[in-house]
Every structure is written in structure tokens, then in C-alpha cells.
Design a protein around this ligand. Structure first.
Ligand SMILES: Nc1ncnc2c1ncn2[C@@H]1O[C@H](COP(=O)(O)OP(=O)(O)O)[C@@H](O)[C@H]1O
Ligand SMILES: [Mg+2]
Length: 268
């Protein structure tokens, strides 16, 4: 299927000067080197109060690619996600979507620029029905995701359209969180541990849905603890430790190097 999340054609303007918190530098110029990524995070620093959690995160998401962001609990994955989404103000660094600086911009500006979040813990509005939850984020674009297309991708949500959020299973809530994000018609999807807390068969179902989106050209950051999910969906992996990305490789390379997985994640 042709998911509009695949979004824009590659090679957008990447030559804007640094703005706001931008530390500048990093992106390859046009004409030379690899094509500019859809998302380019550079030297990102953020924290809570006086405790700094992110110590210079660098992360690229090429157009039409899923990058898995891995790492043990507490290394700063969700903090990175919140900084990208404008939910947490970074103290330094640059976050560019197709060359447009977003670091320090408020969440609604980031959303309008085209990044949508499937949050850790799903966060569906439980007093509202499935359909009301879906309509909240609806941002229609020509040829984009519609309620009908979301119901086609996620038929379970169509069956449950008039049920309230708190009447759904964990898997259904996860599908709802995904559908709600798609209806924003984002250029980049950020998924924070979509498999978290789900039974293995449900993890497979959710992964199957995401795999369909990947086949349609999804661009995404996929935060995961479940390596099986990451390997099903991601072309490349970045592993965080103590607020930095300390390893990056293709998913295939990472998969064939269990020693590194064990050292960085304690698994493999
Ligand atoms: N709201 C918060 N206030 C203070 N500290 C926080 C907050 N959220 C997370 N932290 C701390 O920041 C660090 C990174 O957390 P987080 O980004 O949630 O990690 P991960 O998603 O990789 O498990 C942890 O030490 C955590 O305790
Ligand atoms: Mg987290």
C-alpha cells in the first residue's frame, strides 16, 4: 500500500542556517556525499532541572527508512523522543526535519512540521471512543490517511469504533495510538516502545501492521527493547548509553554481532 507517511521526495532544502538552539554543522551539503536525511539530530542536549540526561545525541533518519533506537532502561531514549517532539526543551543542539530547524520549537510547531508520536504507554484518551480519539489528530491532506484507510489497515479499530479507550485491550490501544498518529499524516513517525507490555502474539500483530507501513515507505524512529521487533522493521540501529549514541550500524550488521548486543543491551 502507498502510505503517505512515506512522505516527501528525497533531497529537500538542507541549506538553512542554524536557528535557535542550533549548534550547526553536520549535514552534508547538496551535491556531495550521501543525500540529506529526513531527520538530522546533532549534539542534542537535554535534561530535567539541573540533571542533564542527553549528552550530545546524534541521530539520522534517511527518507523512507526506519531507524531503531535501542538501549537499556534509563539511557535517555524517551528523553530524546520528547526533545524531538518539542515536549522537552533542549539546552543545546539541532533537530532538523528536511533542513528545517525544530530544536526548541513548541510541540504544536513540531507536529505541524510533520512529526507524529506514538508515545510510550500509548496514552489514548480513555473517556473518549476509538473514533473520537482518531478524529482528534486528523489533519487531512490530499491523498493522505483518512479514517476509512486507517480502518482498512486496522480493522479491529473499525469493530471497536464506538468503544471507549478504557474498554480496549493493550493491543487495541496500541493500534489506536498508531492510527491516531497516521491521521496526522506525518512525514516522520516516532514510535516509543510500541511492543511494551503486550503479549507475544499481540506484539506480532502490531509488528505486522508496522511492517505494512514500512513496505509503503515509512520513515520512522523506532524506540524498542524488543530486538525481534527492531529487526523486523528497521534498516539500521543506533544504540544509546548514558545519553549518547555509542553504536550505529545496519540492522543486519548488528544482528550478526551478538557480542555487541550483549555488551550494550545485556541480551543476544
Ligand atoms: N520527568 C523526569 N524528571 C526527572 N528525571 C527523569 C524524567 N524522565 C526521565 N528521567 C530520568 O532521565 C533518565 C532517562 O530516562 P528516559 O529517557 O525515560 O530513558 P529510557 O526511555 O531510555 O528508558 C533516567 O535516569 C530517568 O530517571
Ligand atoms: Mg523510555
Amino acid at each position: 500500500m502507498d502510505a503517505p507517511v512515506a512522505g516527501a521526495p528525497p533531497g529537500g532544502a538542507d541549506d538553512q542556517g542554524p536557528a535557535g538552539l542550533a549548534a550547526g554543522g553536520g549535514s552534508p551539503g547538496p551535491g556531495t556525499g550521501p543525500p540529506a536525511p529526513l531527520l538530522a539530530v546533532r549534539r542534542l542536549e537535554a535534561g530535567y532541572g539541573r540533571s542533564r540526561v542527553l549528552h550530545g545525541v546524534d541521530l539520522d533518519v534517511p527518507h523512507g527508512e526506519v531507524v531503531a533506537l535501542l538501549g537499556r532502561n534509563g539511557v535517555g531514549k524517551t528523553t530524546t523522543v520528547h526533545a524531538i517532539m518539542g515536549m522537552l526543551r533542549p539546552s543545546a543542539g539541532s533537530i532538523r526535519l528536511d533542513g528545517v530547524e525544530l530544536a526548541g520549537r513548541p510541540a504544536h510547531v513540531v507536529a505541524r512540521a510533520g512529526i507524529a508520536l506514538v508515545p510510550q504507554g500509548r496514552r489514548v484518551f480513555t473517556p473518549l471512543t476509538v473514533e473520537e480519539n482518531l478524529r482528534i489528530g486528523l489533519r487531512a491532506v490530499p491523498g493522505g490517511w483518512t479514517l476509512e484507510r486507517v480502518y482498512e489497515l486496522l480493522p479491529r479499530l473499525a469493530d471497536r469504533a464506538r468503544h471507549r479507550g478504557d474498554q480496549l485491550s493493550g493491543g487495541e490501544q496500541q493500534m489506536l495510538a498508531i492510527g491516531r498518529a497516521l491521521l496526522r499524516n506525518p512525514r516522520l513517525l516516532v514510535l516509543d516502545e510500541p511492543s511494551d507490555g503486550l503479549a507475544p502474539t499481540v506484539v506480532e500483530q502490531v509488528t505486522g501492521v508496522l511492517a505494512e507501513l514500512v513496505a509503503g515507505g515509512l520513515s520512522a524512529v523506532l524506540v524498542e527493547q524488543n530486538l525481534w521487533v527492531a529487526f523486523q522493521l528497521a534498516a539500521s540501529v543506533c544504540v544509546m548509553e548514558k545519553g549518547q549514541v555509542v553504536h550505529r550500524s545496519t540492522a543486519a550488521e548488528f544482528r550478526s554481532d551478538p557480542g555487541t548486543a550483549r555488551a550494550l543491551l545485556g541480551v543476544g
